[in-house]
Design a protein around this ligand. Structure first.
Ligand code: NDP
Length: 407
């Protein structure tokens, strides 16, 4: 049985729902808190977490009268405790406190910690068998099979929060899983969609950070420019919906209005549309199995006029091709794909490598990994974290030669 509910048949829960937001001070966290702000009386906040942004977290904790807050950075304990003195809000620091936040009883949890640090807390929520809106990509990219199996076993309900996967989730309820023939996830194409390969190779950080449609954090914006983000999403889709690589197509759609489509055996294609605003898929997850009011701008297709589509160019955007390679190679390879990319993006931001070298470093790390015969299946979060760690080391060791090489 899939942990992603493929039919909207869960009974609606009456009364106030308790919610926890992991990564409350981030971009997804901010959108989630905004939705909660607009639906006061319907939700009660159990726990909120951050990495080190004590000020932002305390502000939210006071505003929403949270029961428990946690920051990962253990050096901030006194600051956190003093800022909450007299409020009755419990607090904790360190990874164990983030896991405690995820473990406390709540009807719904947003998993929006960034990076591999999000895996263990999300698993703690999975083990409670609760409803989880999953934004953190690493849970799936680094440990997808294991994560989804554990969720199914615990009876957890995984709601895809990323816009493309949420679109597929919504479209999938139009048919049965065995009637699905293909899913299509759309990509804006990013700022370099029309650029020649030589110009992409030498793109600057400022150019890579200019996303045409979505307002997101720095790392994910750079990943959108390289189409690595779309590659990560292909891997996510494979894990969430148990799809083969051949069942997942990417379609470049510069307007970012159609987010995802599902093709069924009768060749009907069901799509989900909306203005590019993360609050729409998050609202879908928050309200599920009902729908709640969303604050995004209403879609006005007449004023948009045209929706256009293009095939992705795997030659100019090799990061996308590498995602399919990683999926075909198997679980550990997708972890390596992600880990090497994190090293590459950090090196690009630090001006150690050119933009075009991001995908080259990822490819070299994946090849090195396969050559070394490191392809055992991942059986635990610690396995996934170990592969992530080792792949980062391998990518870092390959960095100087990739940096030195011309394209
Ligand atoms: P941000 O960087 O904006 O926020 C990350 C959040 O996680 C912050 O609250 C941060 O705390 C916290 N955090 C960071 N590191 C740790 C750690 N080691 N331990 C505990 N908490 C930590 O990220 P986004 O909100 O953009 O993204 C979150 C996740 O959702 C990512 O996996 C991303 O890929 C995914 N996603 C994001 C989308 C978007 O539109 N932004 C779309 C789809 C998916 P602090 O503020 O203290 O640093």
């Amino acid at each position: 049985m899939s942990a992603v509910p493929l039919k909207n048949d869960k009974p609606v829960e009456a009364g106030v729902r308790t919610v926890t937001v992991l990564g409350a001070t981030g971009s997804i966290g901010d959108s989630t808190m905004d939705l909660l702000r607009g639906a006061r009386g319907r939700y009660r906040v159990e726990a909120l977490t951050a990495n080190s942004n004590v000020e932002g977290l305390v502000k939210l904790a006071r505003e929403f009268d949270a029961r428990f807050v946690a920051v990962a950075d253990a050096s901030r304990f006194d600051e956190l405790k003093n800022a909450l003195a007299g409020t009755g809000i419990e607090c904790g620091v360190g990874e164990s406190a983030i896991i405690e936040a995820a473990s406390r009883p709540a009807d719904w949890l947003m998993a929006a910690v960034s990076g591999a640090a999000g895996l263990k807390p999300a698993l703690a929520a999975v083990d409670r068998g609760t409803t989880i809106a999953l934004a953190n990509k690493e849970c799936l990219v680094c440990a997808g099979d294991f994560f989804m199996q554990r969720a199914a076993k615990a009876g957890a309900c995984i709601l895809p929060a990323d816009s493309e996967h949420n679109a597929l989730f919504q479209a999938l309820s139009s048919g049965n899983r065995d009637e699905l023939t293909r899913v299509i996830i759309t990509a804006s194409g990013g700022p370099f969609r029309t650029w020649a390969a030589a110009d992409i190779e030498n793109a600057t950080l400022a150019q890579a950070l200019k996303h045409p449609n979505w307002s997101m954090g720095r790392k994910i914006t750079i990943d959108s420019a390289s189409m690595m983000n779309k590659g990560l999403e292909v891997i996510e889709a494979a894990c969430l919906f148990a799809l083969e690589p051949e069942e997942i197509d990417v379609l470049v759609h510069p307007q970012s209005i159609v987010h995802g489509m599902v093709e069924f055996s009768d060749r009907s294609v069901v799509a989900q549309l909306g203005t590019p605003d993360m609050r729409t898929p998050i609202a879908h997850c928050l309200g599920w199995p009902e729908r709640i009011a969303g604050p995004a701008v209403k879609l006005d297709l007449a004023s948009i006029g045209q929706l256009t589509f293009e095939a992705p160019d795997f030659a100019r955007f090799p990061a996308l091709r590498l995602a399919y390679d990683a999926l075909r190679t198997g679980q550990g390879a997708t972890t390596v794909y992600n880990a090497a990319n994190e090293i590459a993006v950090a090196a690009f931001i630090a001006e150690k490598i050119r933009f075009g070298a991001i995908a080259r470093l990822v490819e070299a790390t994946m090849n090195g990994w396969v050559r070394a015969g490191n392809l055992a299946p991942l059986a635990s979060a610690d396995d996934a974290i170990a592969v992530d760690h080792n792949a980062r080391n391998m990518a870092a060791s390959l960095l100087p030669q990739i940096a030195a090489k011309a394209s």
